[in-house]
Design a binder for this molecule. Structure first.
Ligand code: CA2
Length: 177
């Protein structure tokens, strides 16, 4: 069967990249690979199309801009992939922004932050995400987009949080007699 084609009403995801990731492909290829940011964005767009979604990819070196974009994602997107780069390890502002929006977010890192310097092992934002993918290079963004689609599908038919279960005593299953 052919994959779903993106339409004007396809779910939109944001992919946000933080400081210095505009330098991808120019330095430190042993850590961050040879792909530049444009290639990474193209890979996200191609993956999104295969999944029947649309994606908006943005990069900023500025913490406040990333905060504004997380707020915008909360209004306009169904999910968020975030590589906050160095702000991952320091930013209460990004953590508060993620906590403020009701949006499934996945933290992504190109490198395996747990195999690097100890200061990279701590993430300020991880508690406000549904999960973290680190160490798979650009593939990590595709894994995150795929996981967001699965999450959307899983929650699409789910009752709102706190709603009684259809099989709970106050809502007996009609077939139970
Ligand atoms: O592994 C990742 O994706 C990181 O988020 C990258 C951040 C780093 O601070 C995090 O600990 C892990 C750094 C991004 C810097 O990107 C550059 C790319 C090319 C050349 C120099 C820096």
């Amino acid at each position: 069967m052919s994959p779903p084609q993106p339409t004007a009403t396809s779910p939109r995801f944001f992919v946000l990249n933080g400081p210095n990731l505009n330098l991808l492909g120019t330095r430190e290829p042993s850590v961050y690979g040879h792909d530049d940011l444009a290639a990474l964005d193209a890979r996200c767009h191609a993956c999104a199309e295969r999944l029947g979604m649309t994606v908006e990819c943005r990069q900023s070196n500025h913490e406040g801009v990333l905060v504004d974009w997380i707020h915008e994602a909360g209004r306009r997107a169904a999910g968020l992939v975030l590589n906050a780069a160095a702000y991952t390890h320091t930013s209460v502002a990004l953590r508060d922004a993620l906590a403020a929006v009701d949006l499934p977010a996945i933290e992504v890192h190109l490198s395996n932050i747990h195999a690097r310097e100890p200061f990279r092992h701590r993430s300020m934002i991880a508690p406000c995400t549904i999960g973290t993918i680190a160490g798979f290079g650009p593939l990590g963004y595709e894994l995150a987009l795929t996981a967001l689609v699965e999450r959307l599908q899983a929650t699409a038919g789910a009752p709102p949080a706190g709603a009684p279960s259809p099989r709970s005593p106050s809502h007996p299953n009609p077939s139970d007699g």
